[in-house]
Design a protein around this ligand. Sequence first.
Ligand SMILES: *Cc1c(COP(=O)(O)O)cnc(C)c1O
Length: 457
Amino acid sequence: MEPYRIKVVEPIPFTTRQQREEALRRVNYNLFDLRAEEVTIDLLTDSGTGALSAAQQAAGMAGDESYSGSRSFYRFHEVVTELTGYRHILPAHQGRAAERVLFSTLLEPGKLALSNTHFDTTRANVELAGAEARDLPCPEAKDIDSPSPFKGNIDIDELRRILTGPEGHRVAMVVTTITNNGGGGQPVSMENIKQTSALCRAHGVPFFLDAARFAENAWLVTRNEWGYQDRTPRQVAEEAFRLADGCVMSAKKDGIVHIGGFIGLNDGELAQRCELLLIATEGFATYGGLAGRDLDMMAQGLTEVTEPSYLAERAEIASYLAHRVHAAGVDILEPPGMHALYLNAGRLLPHIPPHNYPGHALAVQLYLVGGIRSAELGSLYLGEEDEAGNPTKSAPYELVRLALPRRVYTRSHYDHVGETLAVIAKHAGSVQGFRITEQSPILRHFRATLEPVPLGY
Ligand SMILES: *Cc1c(COP(=O)(O)O)cnc(C)c1O
């Protein structure tokens, strides 16, 4: 059961099918353009959408809003230092701000960044600094049906090959994303983090964690990695941070706050250069673009998130939803993660070709039938066409992500998701694909407008 009871509630909107049809036409079938008031169950993201605890609210009320040296900063600093062990901690307003400050200080044109999988903002910030971002997912990651427990691992052989090869001198950093968000939310084993750490140290390359879901990764390590069964998630997390030279963190995930992030570093000279950029672009080094109350709520969230009862229930509710989805006859990327499930839309809707976006078609059905908002992670997100609209690149898999906000929805809400999917799966053959009517040159899934393509067209 949930290890909490509900103290504050917010009504969720109920709409009719006709209202949802009208809303979809109004936004030209782009789900980002719906008003949140038109969505009954919002599974678009787990970022910044969690529910605060009473202790976090109380900590926020006690926040110190002094410009510099606030009590809130010192509380935050102490909590993060104890958790991570890093010598220098810089607050930032969210994960991508931490990435921009660190990467634009560390990287330059010609340099290479290696990762299990760069998250999209991580890749963007590496590229904005003029460097190349290269993903080295482990071989098991390529089989979406494999239930292998650590599909988030970096490919150690490939990492060693690059570090010892002719490109070795270009490698400016290695970033391990825990859990691997861009790779289906799969965890990374401690063994893999240890091997990465040893290789980086041997080659003098700084090694960072992109730690947005460090607690969920630690939980899955205690469940599935030999030698870690008797450790607490907190102990695993502490060990993981200490194997790296620093981290970037989006606290909108495992900080359970609506806004917040930080950089942790051991290298004093690098930290000093980051601090100057932080002051110029985010805010003074004791608030980094955040209010004092935000720092207090983040400190409290970072201590709550490794509670075994919280993590056990979060894993439990994800497998509960996975079970409902399987029962509806829909496949997912296996094994189910903790922060999201990824529906295999390509397999459910084989009559829709990639350039008619089966993932988007399923996401639209989820909204139309059940008022549920999700995120397409298929060819609308990753595909490309030439100027005449002919497809030149499609995604390896047509997926739809159901992200699970922290402490927000209960099992009856997820029952509704399962029932909605069962209705859609029953009539899968009559689901229509889409075509793009307008798109932007980059990040098109955010801004594209679309229209349905009649069946058999
Ligand atoms: C969300 C996320 C980021 C970016 O963080 P924001 O707080 O959204 O800016 C970076 N890396 C990973 C793995 C994330 O999930």
